[in-house]
Ligand binder design. Structure first.
Ligand code: UD1
Ligand code: UDP
Length: 362
């Protein structure tokens, strides 16, 4: 019997770990699975909603780290997870993505000589001003199993000198969740609740520090929404970071002046899937949403100068938009006029990634 810790902490981790948890559970004689939640995200709408929708059990350990600067948050996770490891030594720790919980738990484990697997390995934006890029590089450099979602990941790891024997192209695990729950998501009543119909709204999410932490950056974006809102409804489930910054940066009046804006709290997984499937297009700076929109075939404008997920551009429906009011408006206008890019679904984004991963460890 092998003991495996699955680490979650922030919103994008839950939909990546849920299918893996379920796949491991099929082999109770081989694996004992423990779910560890660092508490990096703690609001009900950023965490518990996903445990409910994704049918995940309560975590075996909840570390309650909460928010803080990078140093404080990472250190708190390391301190608290190390204590767990010392009393409950697993045979394998699996971390996902690129958040602070990912790198902190990976460091704890390798220093205790416990093997680490990194799910969603090899992605690179080549932009070291993003905290996530640092987390990706550090986690990949110390992991024992590097599980990549797309072949560009294998290429990056090779270029960084990582032994190819450690690298496994397993596909995109977010798509496993999306396929598992697509039917349930279709039944969500969120569009009625918000007051929109299929294809008559733009879905917006924003939370990158580069977009929402400076007054000038956030203002540029809201000015664009003001114009786009003249011709379509805008549904904006606002991330807590961005909500706090609207207040802090004094942008409340500008936000209020945006026509047709439906500003709502973050929504659960089924509701958000439903909004994605039915939106005219999506405007986001999220990593995961670039991928999900490609799967759904819904056009996506990504408000960033680069992406660690270029396959969503070369094969999918994604395109990058500059942090300039005019660029956002003009690219939105093209889609509103019905001229949008068609895409295809990349290899191994097929709902079988958890199966491929568990096969490696079996
Ligand atoms: C984090 C990740 C980011 C990921 C995002 C997904 C890092 C460095 N960043 O960014 O990669 O894309 O999650 O959503 O790990 N807050 C709340 N309630 C919560 C959580 C956060 O109010 O449940 C507020 C706090 O004011 C906090 C701020 O949001 O200071 C930022 O939270 P934090 O976890 O530090 O980073 P995110 O911006 O959420
Ligand atoms: N998501 C959600 N509700 C929301 C916003 C996002 O369920 O209100 C989901 C989204 O579908 C995707 C994940 O959260 O599965 C992405 O998380 P986020 O954008 O916070 O993080 P990132 O992917 O940028 O790291």
């Amino acid at each position: 019997m092998k003991k495996v810790h699955l680490i979650v902490g922030a919103r994008p981790n839950f939909m990546k770990m849920a299918p893996l948890y379920k796949e491991f559970e099929k082999y109770p004689k081989k694996f004992e699975i423990k779910l560890i939640h660092t508490g990096q995200h703690y609001d009900e709408k950023m965490s518990k909603f996903f445990f409910d929708d994704l049918e995940m059990p309560k975590p075996d350990e909840y570390l309650s780290v909460g928010s803080g600067s990078h140093g404080i948050q990472t250190a708190k996770i390391m301190e608290r997870y190390e204590a767990v490891l010392l009393r409950d030594i697993p045979d394998l720790v699996i971390v996902a993505g690129d958040v602070n919980s990912t790198v902190a738990c990976a460091i704890d484990a390798v220093k205790l000589h416990i093997p680490v697997a990194h799910l969603e390995s090899g992605l690179r934006s080549f932009d070291r001003s993003m905290p996530e890029e640092i987390n990706r590089i550090l986690t990949d450099s110390i992991s024992d199993y590097l599980l990549t979602p797309s072949l560009d990941g294998n290429e990056h790891l090779k270029n960084e000198g990582i032994d190819e024997k450690k690298v496994f192209f397993v596909g995109n695990i977010m798509i496993d969740s999306l396929m598992n729950y697509r039917e349930k998501a279709k039944n969500s009543l969120i569009m009625d609740k918000v007051g929109v119909d299929k294809n008559d709204f733009v879905l917006i999410t924003l939370h990158r520090p580069s977009n929402v932490d400076s007054k000038e950056g956030f203002r540029i974006i809201l000015e664009a929404f003001k114009k786009i809102g003249e011709s379509t409804k805008l549904v904006f489930p606002i991330h807590p970071r961005s909500k706090k910054n609207i207040e802090k940066l004094g942008l409340g009046e500008l936000l209020k002046s945006i026509p047709n804006l439906k500003l709502i709290d973050p929504v659960g997984y089924y509701d958000f899937m439903n909004l994605q499937m039915n939106a005219k297009f999506i405007l986001t700076d999220s990593g995961g949403i670039q991928e999900e929109s490609t799967f759904f075939g819904i056009p996506c404008l990504t408000l960033r100068p680069n992406t660690e997920r270029p396959i969503t551009i070369t094969e999918g429906t994604n395109q990058l938009v500059k942090l300039e009011t005019e660029d956002i408006i003009s690219k939105a206008q093209v889609i509103l006029n019905g001229e949008h890019k068609q895409g295809r679904i990349p290899k191994f984004w097929d709902g079988k990634t958890a199966f491929r991963i568990v096969n490696i460890f079996k």
